[in-house]
Design a protein around this ligand. Structure first.
Ligand SMILES: Cc1cc2nc3c(=O)[nH]c(=O)nc-3n(C[C@H](O)[C@H](O)[C@H](O)COP(=O)(O)OP(=O)(O)OC[C@H]3O[C@@H](n4cnc5c(N)ncnc54)[C@H](O)[C@@H]3O)c2cc1C
Length: 307
């Protein structure tokens, strides 16, 4: 059943919208059913926080001040020739399957993680040597500054590793256009199957709530490799645990709070710093109201977060 807009604070648990299953309350939650409705929400309140699939987010257990808009019902997607246009809430996995059916190659990696198109472009999500930016052509975005809809081309996007212009917070992705390449369906399906097998061997399934890699890879290295060599695989910290076969994944054992996750991230960060003199940068995005302890940790892990 489609989720309804909830405007009564304290009634909606944001942990329902994150793959970590962590998050407090907020003032209002909106689930727009069309791009026009999405735009209208920002015209009324352009401070709303956007959630896609919630798979790269650590939302504070103290919640978020203000309103939240979730794109999960913006699911329109069309294929014309080699071009796919997808609304912000389409999941990458759905797009990958549709592309495969159409004999289109370029987004096979999307099959392997839960991100939405909005989140994938925001993070320039990548895996298995493919990047979201590879086949990105343009996106229609809501500009919070001018309160208007603009089209951003690939050259406007400042794409780099885990980076895009959306991270400035100015633009909200409404829908995006991708140009793919024709390829034999067997090749596309084989690549997707390989990607999925690789995941199953190394990463937790979604039955173990997590938000993907906790830290970004430092230049020319892998955060997972460093954390593994530092002896952190399987490290158990009570409510949270580092995954046994991939030391860059934190799982919520069921009752974890945002503080539990941040405490463990700080331990991981400190261990790698002490062992290799490398300061890891978090990949998981932290949002919401901070406790005093969270403020202390975030000053180290997220020095750019402004309170
Ligand atoms: C099991 C697992 C495996 C993963 N593997 C990978 C991987 O291989 N590679 C990889 O890159 N990532 C991976 N991730 C992380 C995550 O799936 C990606 O970062 C994904 O791109 C996040 O998309 P999302 O829709 O979940 O974004 P969310 O977590 O909902 O949001 C992330 C950020 O994007 C912003 N945002 C979302 N939608 C919009 C929009 N429409 N306009 C503007 N801003 C928006 C949000 O405000 C937030 O700041 C994995 C996660 C999990 C749980």
């Amino acid at each position: 059943m489609a989720e309804q807009t909830i405007t009564n604070s304290g009634t909606y648990d944001l942990s329902r919208l994150t793959t970590f299953k962590i998050g407090g309350k907020c003032d209002a939650v909106y689930f727009p059913k069309s791009v026009d409705e999405f735009i209208e929400l920002f015209n009324k309140d352009n401070t709303l926080f956007v959630i896609g699939s919630g798979s790269n987010l650590l939302i504070s257990s103290q919640g978020i001040k203000g309103g939240v808009v979730c794109t999960k019902q913006l699911k329109n997607i069309t294929v014309v020739g080699n071009t796919i246009t997808a609304e912000a809430g389409v999941t990458g996995a759905f797009m990958a399957q549709l592309a495969a059916k159409e004999g289109l190659s370029g987004v096979e990696f999307f099959i392997a993680f839960p991100g939405s198109i909005g989140g994938n472009v925001f993070m320039n999500a990548s895996a298995h040597n493919q990047f979201t930016s590879d086949c990105f052509v343009s996106a229609r975005c809501y500009d919070r500054e001018t309160k208007s809809v603009v089209t951003l081309k690939k050259s406007d996007m400042n794409f780099a590793y885990k980076q895009s212009i959306l991270q400035t917070g100015r633009y909200i992705l409404l829908d995006a256009v991708f140009e793919l390449k024709k390829a034999p369906a067997e090749e596309i399906n084989a690549l997707m199957a390989r990607n999925l097998t690789n995941r199953k061997q190394t990463q937790p399934s979604m039955a173990y709530p997590n938000a993907g890699c906790a830290f970004k890879n430092p230049p020319n290295d892998s955060a997972g490799r460093l954390l593994d060599k530092a002896g952190l695989k399987g490290y158990d910290d009570g409510n949270v645990r580092i995954w046994d076969t991939h030391a860059n994944f934190i799982i919520n054992k069921g009752n974890a709070t945002s503080t539990d996750v941040l405490e463990l991230m700080l331990k991981m960060y400190n261990k790698v710093k002490e062992t290799y003199s490398i300061e890891l940068t978090p990949e998981v995005i932290y949002v919401g109201e901070m406790s005093k302890r969270e403020e202390e940790i975030c000053r180290i892990l997220y020095p750019k977060i402004q309170k």
